[in-house]
Each structure stands twice: as structure tokens, then as C-alpha cells.
Write a protein that binds this ligand. Structure first.
Ligand code: S3P
Length: 187
């Protein structure tokens, strides 16, 4: 293992299905913890000068996954003290998941299917993965991914909380962990 960060330096990686609120909650967390927020999909869009949906259309999903892998791993490994929002499919790639586990604290934003399904119409336009799928197929993808999101992550159940409450819950969880495992030494 090279250059493994201390617990307090680790990036916070937010994972979870499309539309669970990784960006909104990540932005709130960034203010509460005085850390920069990085949306990995935005980094990809800026680097390639195209929206994610255009990358899917012109280069294909496989190429998108390669780019996603390269950039996600780079941020996990080489940045410190950031709040990272990963694309909903990123954590299903073994190499990204391994980099997250090694260099980040991973928080999974966990929403039930019943709550999530009402959000579909709000997000579908720029989520190519959801295009041309029936509701049953989308639910199948949603359920299939949950077990991966649960691997080596802290799960925060978000159904009954608003975004501010979720961000506060994550801050409490992190502070507890930091204090418990790496208390500041006071003379
Ligand atoms: C994807 C999720 C998207 C984006 C891409 C693929 C997925 O990110 O990376 O459209 O496979 O779940 P968000 O989860 O931020 O929407």
C-alpha cells in the first residue's frame, strides 16, 4: 500500500444510485466540514468537453466506464480532504471500489425503491443508463446494485430525512468515527 492517508485526511466518497442526492448532500457536507466538493461526473464532463450523456452516445458506455475508472481512482488516490460524489455505477467497478476502500471513507446514501421511484421522471433525461428500460428493468438494476453499495460502506438511510438532516447525520457519524479511532492528543 502506498501513501495511505490517515483517517482524518481521507476523502469522503458518497455513493448510491442515480438521483439519491449525492450532489446536493455532498455540497451541504462540503460547507459543514470546510472541504472542497468534487462531482466526478462534472470532472469528466469538463475534461472531455461533453456531457456524460453525449459521451455515452458518441463513445459508448464501455469508454465512459474506462474514463470514469481513470478519474475516480485518480481522485481517490491522489487527493485528500475532499468530498467526492461518485457516479451511480462507479462503485460497481472492482478497481474503483478497491481505491475507495483504501483511500476514502465510503458513505452509501440508501433510499428504498418506493421512495426512489417517484424521482425517476426528474432525472431520466440525462441518465442514459435508464433509457429504453421498463420500470421492472429499472427496479431490477436498482435492487441488484444495492448489495454492491453495501460493501465496506457506512449506509445512511435517507427515506425519512431531508437533505440537511442527512448531511447532519453524516457529520455526526464521521465525527464519532474520527474521535473514536483517532482522537486528537491534548497535552
Ligand atoms: C450512472 C450514473 C450517473 C453517471 C452515468 C452513469 C450509473 O451518475 O455516472 O450516467 O451507471 O448509475 P449519477 O449517479 O450522479 O447520476
Amino acid at each position: 500500500m502506498e501513501n495511505v492517508p490517515s483517517l482524518r485526511e481521507r476523502n469522503i466518497a458518497l455513493i448510491g444510485f442515480m438521483g439519491v442526492g449525492k450532489t446536493t448532500i455532498g455540497e451541504r457536507l462540503s460547507k459543514k466540514l470546510y472541504r472542497d466538493f468534487v462531482d466526478i461526473d462534472k470532472v469528466i464532463e469538463e475534461k472531455y468537453g461533453m456531457e456524460v450523456s453525449e459521451i455515452f452516445r458518441t463513445k459508448g458506455e464501455e469508454e465512459f466506464r474506462r474514463i470514469e475508472r481513470e478519474i475516480s481512482i485518480d481522485y481517490c488516490k491522489n487527493k485528500r480532504l475532499k468530498i467526492l460524489s461518485l457516479g451511480g455505477g462507479a462503485y460497481t467497478q472492482d478497481e474503483i471500489r478497491e481505491a475507495c476502500m483504501e483511500y476514502c471513507i465510503v458513505i452509501s446514501l440508501d433510499l428504498t425503491w418506493d421512495s426512489w421511484k417517484d424521482r425517476l421522471s426528474l432525472i431520466i433525461d440525462n441518465r442514459p443508463v435508464l433509457h429504453n428500460k421498463s420500470m421492472e428493468e429499472i427496479e431490477e438494476l436498482f435492487q441488484k446494485r444495492q448489495s454492491t453499495y453495501n460493501l465496506n460502506s457506512f449506509q445512511v438511510k435517507t427515506d425519512s430525512m431531508n437533505e440537511e438532516e442527512v448531511a447532519d447525520e453524516i457529520v455526526s457519524l464521521l465525527k464519532l468515527g474520527w474521535e473514536w479511532y483517532q482522537p486528537y492528543i491534548v497535552d
